[in-house]
Ligand binder design. Structure first.
Ligand SMILES: [Zn+2]
Ligand SMILES: [Zn+2]
Length: 256
């Protein structure tokens, strides 16, 4: 599997982009920066977007990718997520007020986007992967994804979350897990805001990772750092010993 980091921050500046990742040029995980970070051809090549939750920094470019794709006659883009996420998108985003309802444009039979609902922890085959959504702990319904390639190997994506339990339990049974994209957002001194906003600091991250039996060997790719705290969080993560941690950057590519 080839993983490309399109955007990996918990905020935006000219040097920080909100969360969006692409697997094998076919599937995106979250859509925070899909159009600001991908050329039209790459946008059109996507078959599906796995959406972890409905916060704007993870969904915003669904608006602009839908607009670009309808103009280029691209295939319907599968917008994949759990029921609460899709309900928010339908009601508050593609609602013909904030943005057109691209699930019926240009026609209901061949729309620009097509919703695919994931039931919690039930694997579904999409675009060459078997994907499962696991509920995590955030301020709104938020889900991690376990994405298994039909050719072998799996990766996990945490979604926005603070300390959680179920995800680690489910992950401990995944075969051939090759890496995990894991959120960390605030420095330790901002623990209070991290806790109320459902995010990790390096200190809570270290406690949570230990819940996974293979946490010492598994490569963790850290994302979602708030731009205001980038260097501070990096320094604190560097002090966490006993884990294989990499803080990802825009444009990074990993062969997993
Ligand atoms: Zn969020
Ligand atoms: Zn976020």
């Amino acid at each position: 599997m080839e993983l490309r980091i399109v955007g990996c921050h918990g905020g935006e500046t000219p040097r920080h982009k909100t969360s969006a990742f692409v697997l094998d040029d076919r599937v995106a995980i979250d859509a925070g920066s899909l159009t600001s970070g991908l050329e039209l051809k790459a946008q059109c090549a996507l078959e599906a977007v796995f959406v972890s939750h409905a916060h704007l920094d993870h969904i915003r470019d669904l608006a602009t990718i839908a607009d670009n794709r309808v103009q280029n006659g691209c295939k319907p883009l599968l917008v994949v997520g759990a029921k609460p996420t899709l309900a928010m998108l339908k009601r508050h985003f593609f609602n013909d007020k904030l943005w057109p309802d691209f699930s019926v444009i240009p026609t209901p039979a061949k729309p620009t986007i097509r919703y695919v609902e994931l039931k919690p922890e039930v694997p579904v085959e999409i675009a060459g992967y078997r994907v499962r959504a696991i509920e995590v702990s955030h301020t709104i319904d938020s889900f991690a994804f376990i994405i298994e390639s039909l050719k072998g190997g799996a990766i996990a994506y945490s979604g926005d979350t603070g300390p959680t339990d179920r995800l680690w339990k489910v992950l401990s049974d995944v075969k051939d897990l090759r890496a995990m994209l894991m959120e960390v957002s605030f420095p330790n001194r901002e623990q209070k805001i991290a806790t109320v906003s459902g995010h990790h600091t390096p200190q809570t991250l270290a406690v949570d990772l230990k819940k996974l039996p293979i946490s010492k060997e598994l490569p963790f790719l850290l994302y979602h750092i708030k731009p205001s705290f980038q260097s501070e969080v990096e320094r604190e993560c560097a002090k966490l010993k006993g884990f294989d941690l990499t803080i990802v950057g825009i444009g990074d590519q990993f062969v997993l």
